[in-house]
Design a protein around this ligand. Structure first.
Ligand code: ATP
Ligand code: ATP
Ligand code: MG
Ligand code: MG
Lengths: 227, 227
């Protein structure tokens, strides 16, 4: 379903070149739940951004549902993202001028449903994340972990086919963190493909496969027998 | 050294009142290393902001080195902060227009030392945090964990008497996280007073005392026999 072949990503800043990923080859089947781990700076967010069509590759090929995305127009990529992908960003990327409920509702505006249905779904996911009491606040009035839960709610409210989660529990205590993992597990059982970056071996154990990155390369892959 | 008596903090947003802290009474001695834990949204960052003189209380008294800070001018508070406190923010608060080295160097501008000495100290702490290769980049060109390490470097470069760390390892893998805890431990042995918010029981075990917050109240305190 998602096929990366020999993906390399080099960032240029002034005269400095940073090879963030090199020779990444990875196949992800529909419905898989994969955890990506590795030291800070090793390329995990870069990998997720490429999979999520938010960043281009320097070389190599990426096939999304069988079609090569290289050279696809930004409009086409934006369409594919809207229809398929829910992204939980490492730094949340909430819109400061909108309320919590509005931030989450935005993710449903492209989907065919009445305003009434939209608001019901927003309420449901905010309740699941334990932040309904913050619905009319703005992100700056929330704690760090509450902001993270808004980012999660926004990514999941449309029940996307592919969920890309970049360290979704980094600001959460163990109870809220486990609740998020529980929700991701249920969505995976309902058919969602999930790729989750995490520093927590405990949360990685919810996945069926763990991919370890180091210095821009995949160094090991392991199958999780428990999941 | 730091004495909080019956501290209450209420936020007002429109018609909604949020009691973030209620009746907080806490004494912190010079040289202590305290961990603060509790569920997302329970008041930890608010507590740290009040201790760090970044936020005022709604009621109650806060004595910093014996003098009541209520009613102190912003200029006076800013002076106390500059001379005593290093703050690691939960959302980093880096200056986007400056390089990594400049972001860290700013913390030394109030201290009497030559430019040469400043740059040596900046280099030393960046090396300790494993990010010298990013010194001339801007924060947006760094990974999440690298940004967190810049925030840590900036707070620690002046070797402050009081270190307030709000979830300093949330975006770090275990190796880098342990390295940060090691550094905090050394600074504590050299005399720094440390108050650290964390969701990690493993990192909390580096502290001598653990304070548990719930819904704005202190619910338990425990002494760590191992530390
Ligand atoms: N500016 C604000 N206006 C209104 N409410 C606020 C504001 N800042 C924080 N709050 C609320 O005060 C409560 C405590 O927030 P705080 O940031 O201290 O929590 P926390 O324990 O640090 O949580 P986390 O672990 O998620 O970082 C939360 O319910 C939060 O929504
Ligand atoms: N825009 C950019 N310009 C230059 N270098 C970049 C840019 N974005 C990322 N990098 C570099 O690419 C490398 C990989 O970054 P990435 O964000 O993928 O790491 P990561 O594994 O997600 O780390 P963390 O666990 O700290 O979030 C890092 O060395 C980073 O500094
Ligand atoms: Mg990252
Ligand atoms: Mg907080």
């Amino acid at each position: 379903m998602l096929r990366l072949e020999e993906i390399t990503k080099i960032y240029h800043s002034g005269e400095v070149e940073t090879t963030a990923l090199e020779g990444i080859t990875l196949n992800i089947d529909r419905g898989e739940f994969i955890a990506v781990m590795g030291p800070s700076g090793c390329g995990k967010s870069t990998l997720l951004n490429i999979i999520g069509l938010l960043d281009s590759t320097t070389s190599g090929s990426y096939y999304f549902n069988g079609s090569n995305v290289a050279g696809a127009s930004e409009a086409k990529l934006a369409n594919i993202r809207k229809e398929n992908i829910g992204f939980i960003f490492q730094s949340f990327n909430l819109i400061h001028e909108l309320t919590v409920a509005e931030n989450v509702e935005i993710a449903l505006l492209y989907h065919k449903m009445s305003a009434k249905e939209r608001r019901a779904r927003v309420h449901e996911v905010l309740e699941r994340m334990g932040i309904t009491h913050r619905a009319d606040h703005r992100p700056s009035q929330l704690s760090g972990g509450q902001q993270q839960r808004v980012a999660i709610a926004r990514a999941l409210v449309s029940q996307p086919k592919i969920i890309l989660a970049d360290e979704p529990t980094g600001n959460l205590d163990s109870i809220h963190g486990d609740e998020v993992m529980q929700m991701l597990t249920e969505l995976n059982h309902d058919g969602a493909t999930i790729i989750m970056v995490t520093h927590s071996t405990r949360h990685a154990s919810y996945a069926q496969r763990i991919v370890n990155l180091f210095d821009g390369h995949i160094v090991t892959e392991s199958t999780n027998r428990r999941a």
